[in-house]
Write a protein that binds this ligand. Structure first.
Ligand code: BF8
Length: 674
């Protein structure tokens, strides 16, 4: 056999077909020039399994994997008797089990992150570390009542404020208990609108504790346990609520308490934020516990001097994935890129260290780093890599500053070792990020009447047609950022304000949609007017993926402000994950759905091989919780589905014709709710 025949034909990705982003296209071409393989190339060489895509491959025991593709001539009446695995499991059971395990994986990832933050908070409250402090005591006082912790105490017949240290300790002990308390229900589920809480109670899905719901999914989906797809979905629901209204919400709250609640802040996004003459340190992953310390140490004058002593002009920090969003929203650290740009950042030849913690980290970054001088540093005990060029420096909150300093010095010492010619794309965009429940209230309500009334008024009078939460990943099976940007632009063009998190937030930043000025360019006239009046972008960046809890709470505030129904499911609102790829996205999608949100996913859902199960989560479930799943790969149709849903809700509320400008007073709002 000739060498040519022995060699596997390796195709290279077409940069323009792979991404809409010019910086990404440039770097894919650069990777080809240097002979470095990336995810974009792997995606054109390895096709996904079609049965896996349908969700009907069962590998939960060693009699399988049992594969149940959808019959070409469609399913028949007796499908569950004919199409089955060795044990008899139907396509519905198999797809529901697989779906449930994705929810468990996603909820576990968010919630274990939350637990880590809660443990640091407990150390701070117990005064075991002085690296972290309580930066937002106001937020701590605000959330304390949610955990039945008093914020005042009676002294001489008068209520006076309790000491913040006492509140912190009590809240921290209650919070850490949420992962494993033996009885009761999660505290934070009561933050949902009352009708939603009542729906969860009636359907028996109130989460008991965070860990238990994940463990129970693993038990129920073990071979030979739960064989009723509706019952399996019930447990998915309990676990997803324990994520969105539990583990993720606690992560967000405690991160705000420890590191500060974000307020709008200006920065930049895309690979062009890296600087050739600086030490470039890229922090990638999800937990701000590490990145907060990296930010703090990198600003120390003696560290900057040390960098200069090695020939650099300074230190340029940058972020990838949700660590980027965390450092951006609290410190304005620029965003290097989305999930699919992690290898490309190293291929610039200017990444002196990539510091990673948990989640969304390609194992291939280690292979790419080998081709350059980049030091790849893992920091978390649960996330190591097998390649021998990876350095592991375990981050311990008790020695946080020392650990961060050690990591930064490795990066600085590496500055002089650059071996490949540096090529940093020029592309970068301005962005304003750092929005949240509190800042939306302030921006749309003003200092003296901070509230959601103004937002509600603008929705009622039709300037703002509705609200969309557009979130989630990139996926190398689709053109990088294309669906994200097309969907968001179609929504804002139709006066739908967009709340974004995760990699959608980064994609929108790269496209320049996170600036107040973009309103005049891309928005319909109503939304443009609101954005110009209050000086906000039409796309509000609410942070990382655990911060999707901010979207749930913002929706709850809209309900509370009145005039738009009694529950999240009444709102003219919809959710979307255009380029999803992770199990976390499925957990997020499901908690949006069972919180009452019509939620559309791009690409495909791993449910298509089991149409009866798919119908259940995309139709019948709406009767229980008011929200439902949908899937649409075409981005314009995807956005139009969301807009149609928003219009239907406007009609149900009786505000479909009220597009003339009417100033609603409280009585008028209450009349709408009646
Ligand atoms: O948690 S959006 S690719 S980075 S999973 Fe990952 Fe998806 Fe990006 Fe953050 Ni969320």
């Amino acid at each position: 056999m000739s060498d040519v025949k022995k060699e596997k034909a390796v195709k290279l990705a077409d940069p323009v077909a792979a991404s809409i982003d010019p910086a990404t296209q440039e770097m894919i071409a650069r990777a080809h020039e240097l002979g470095v393989e990336t995810v974009f190339d792997r995606a054109v060489n390895m096709k996904p399994c079609v049965i896996g895509i349908q969700g009907t491959c069962c590998k939960n025991c060693s009699m399988g994997p049992c594969r149940l593709p959808l019959p070409k001539d469609g399913i028949k009446e007796d499908d569950i008797e004919v199409r089955k695995g060795l044990c008899g499991a139907s396509a519905n059971t198999i797809a529901a089990r697989n779906f449930a395990r994705m929810v468990a994986g996603g909820a576990a990832a968010h919630s274990d992150h939350g637990r880590c933050v809660a443990e640091v908070f407990l150390s701070v409250a117990r005064k075991e570390t002085d690296a972290y402090q309580i930066k937002d005591p106001v937020k701590l006082r605000a959330i304390a009542p949610d955990f039945d912790v008093a914020t005042t105490v009676e002294v001489d017949g008068k209520q006076v404020d309790r000491k913040i240290d006492e509140i912190a300790l009590e809240v921290a002990e209650k919070v850490i208990n949420e992962w494993g308390k033996p009885e009761g229900e999660l505290y934070s589920v009561k933050r949902a609108p009352k009708p939603l809480y009542e729906k969860w109670k009636k359907n028996g899905v109130l989460p008991r504790n965070i860990d238990r719901e994940i463990v129970e999914i693993m038990h129920r989906t073990h071979m030979g346990v739960d064989q009723d797809y509706k019952n399996i979905v019930k447990q998915c629901t309990r676990s997803a609520i324990a994520d969105g209204w539990g583990g993720s919400m606690l992560a967000t709250d405690i991160q705000d308490v420890l590191f500060g609640t974000p307020t709008p802040i200006q920065s930049e996004a895309n690979l062009g934020v890296m600087k050739e003459d600086h030490v470039n340190i890229i922090v990638h992953g999800h937990e701000p516990v590490l990145s907060e310390m990296i930010v703090a140490v990198s600003q120390k004058p003696e560290i900057i001097e040390y960098a200069k002593s090695k020939g650099a002009k300074g230190i340029q920090l940058g972020g990838i994935c949700c660590t980027a969003n965390e450092m951006l929203q609290r410190h304005g650290v620029p965003t290097v890129g989305t999930f699919l740009q992690q290898e490309l950042a190293i291929i610039t030849g200017a990444c002196d260290a990539m510091v990673v913690d948990i989640q969304c980290i390609f194992q291939n970054v280690a292979n790419v780093a080998k081709c350059f001088h980049t030091k790849l540093i893992t920091t978390h005990p649960i996330a190591k890599m097998e390649q021998n060029n990876v350095i592991h420096i375990e981050f311990d909150e008790h020695y946080a500053l020392q650990d961060a300093e050690k990591i930064i010095k490795i990066a600085i010492d590496n500055f002089q070792n650059r071996k490949t010619e540096v090529m940093i794309p020029k592309h970068k965009s301005l962005q304003v990020a750092g929005f949240g429940v509190e800042s939306i209230e302030y921006h749309l309500g003003g200092t003296y009447r901070g509230s959601y009334y103004t937002l509600n008024d603008n929705i009622i009078n039709g300037r703002i047609r509705g609200i969309a939460g557009v979130v989630g990943c990139n996926n190398a099976r689709t053109r990088h950022n294309e669906a994200h940007i097309t969907i968001v632009k179609e929504l804002i063009k139709n006066d739908v304000i967009v709340l974004t998190t995760g990699c959608n937030g980064i994609a929108c930043a790269m496209e320049g949609l996170l600036t107040p000025e973009s309103a005049a360019v891309y928005c319909g006239p109503g939304l443009a007017e609101v954005c110009e009046t209050v000086g906000i972008p039409p796309v509000l960046h609410l942070g990382s993926c655990v911060d999707n809890s901010r979207i749930l709470l913002a929706a709850t505030e809209v309900v509370k402000a009145g005039g738009l129904g009694n529950d999240i499911s009444d709102l003219p609102a919809a959710g979307s994950a255009p380029e999803w790829m992770s199990e976390k996205a499925i957990s997020i999608g499901h908690y949006f759905v069972v919180s009452g949100v019509y939620t559309v996913f791009g690409l495909h859902l791993p449910t298509s091989g089991a149409p009866v199960f798919h119908d259940y989560i995309s139709k019948e479930i709406e009767k229980l919780y008011g929200g439902k799943w949908d899937v649409e790969a075409d981005p314009i149709k995807h956005a139009q589905l969301m807009i149609a849903h928003i219009d239907k809700k406007r009609k149900d509320l009786g505000i479909d014709k009220a597009r003339e400008r009417v100033l609603m007073d409280m009585a008028a709002r209450q009349a709408l709710d009646a």
